[in-house]
Write a protein that binds this ligand. Structure first.
Ligand SMILES: [Ca+2]
Length: 328
């Protein structure tokens, strides 16, 4: 019995391996689920090499810290304090299954951005596909106010991402396996200003952004301004945690980033389902006994008190028994 069991198992695994993977590239996770944990901090050394169109050689530090949580317009938010050589900003961000989005943003130069409830700005995708090339992944519309002089205007913003490569990089904190992406955020204001930020990011999904190279350019009808800087991680207190590296596991029916008997159990729930119309075209009509026993097998699979191997043995016996009854 055990030998036959093994044979069936080998056939099943081989069959699954022969099913072609879903077309397209692999999707890599950029940020693990650690990201918004209150208390997380990142410190960076910055090198500013272009300031308002002039080549310069300035050094500074910057830091990011998750300092709290909140709820704005129905979104569960987390607060990210950003300290850079040119000022302070408090960003209210939120995480959806697909994106990190921005809900509101205040900085110490008296600028406040409040994002439209029905069009918040997607600033980062959680996943990047290795075929992504300048993919538009986000759009946002928001109100901007300035304390002094009192002014307000509206701004629209588009976000693009390009997958570049995977690379091992060494920075003062250590050596990291990174996914390298190129991001572009375009914006247009209602008061004749426009601009964009282009950024290459080296991201270790365990820890966050390890390194960046940023160009900011903005202009009105009379002048253009550009600044550029690089930044490297010098310290962080983020604790690395397991995360799902690649999303495209077509047989991972419960989405837990591994294919095992629990996915097999989910597959078994649909055993003999057929949506052909008329139903008679399905040939073997679903057999109530088979379905009942398969359901029982699924229940056994879901019990945490037995080993997966025992679960498999029991389900195979139940399935085999029901098939024998059906064909008699
Ligand atoms: Ca699974």
């Amino acid at each position: 019995m055990r030998k036959r069991n093994l044979t069936i198992w080998v056939i099943a695994v081989t069959s699954l391996a022969l099913i072609p993977s879903i077309a397209g590239g692999d999707e890599y996770r950029l940020f693990g689920e650690y990201f918004q944990t209150v208390g997380n901090q990142w410190q960076y050394d910055m090198h500013i090499y272009l300031l308002d169109n002039n080549p310069v050689n300035l050094w500074g530090t910057a830091s990011l810290a998750i300092t709290g949580t909140g709820n704005i317009a129905g979104y569960d938010t987390f607060i990210m304090d950003v300290n850079a050589p040119w000022g302070y900003a408090q960003r209210n961000l939120s995480v959806t299954p697909e994106y990190i989005i921005e809900i509101a943003n205040d900085n110490d130069q008296g600028i406040h951005r409040v994002f439209s409830n029905n069009d918040p700005l997607e600033i980062y995708p959680i996943w990047v596909d290795d075929t992504d090339n300048n993919r538009l992944f986000g759009h946002g519309h928001y109100q901007v106010t300035l304390d002094s002089p009192p002014m307000n205007w509206t701004e629209t913003h588009d976000s693009y991402i390009t997958y570049l490569r995977q690379e091992t990089v060494t920075v003062p904190t250590g050596t990291f396996e990174c996914i390298v992406v190129f991001l572009k955020w375009d914006w247009t204001d209602s008061d004749n200003w426009s601009g964009y930020t282009e950024e290459t990011n080296w991201i270790d999904p365990h820890l966050g952004i390890i390194k960046g190279d940023t160009l900011e350019y903005y202009w009105d009808t009379v002048s253009g301004h550009s600044s550029a800087y690089t930044w490297e991680l010098t310290s962080t207190n983020v604790a690395p945690q397991p995360f799902c590296k690649v999303r495209s596991l077509p047989m991972d029916f419960n989405g837990d980033c591994k294919v095992n008997l629990f996915d097999f159990a989910l597959f078994a729930r649909s055993w003999m389902d057929c949506q052909l119309d008329p139903p008679s075209a399905s040939g073997n009509s679903p057999n109530p006994t088979t379905l009942l026993l398969l359901s029982l097998g699924v229940c056994l699979l879901m019990r945490g008190s037995v080993t997966e191997r025992k679960v498999y043995d029991r389900c195979w016996l139940i399935g085999k028994y029901s098939e024998t009854k059906r064909t008699k």
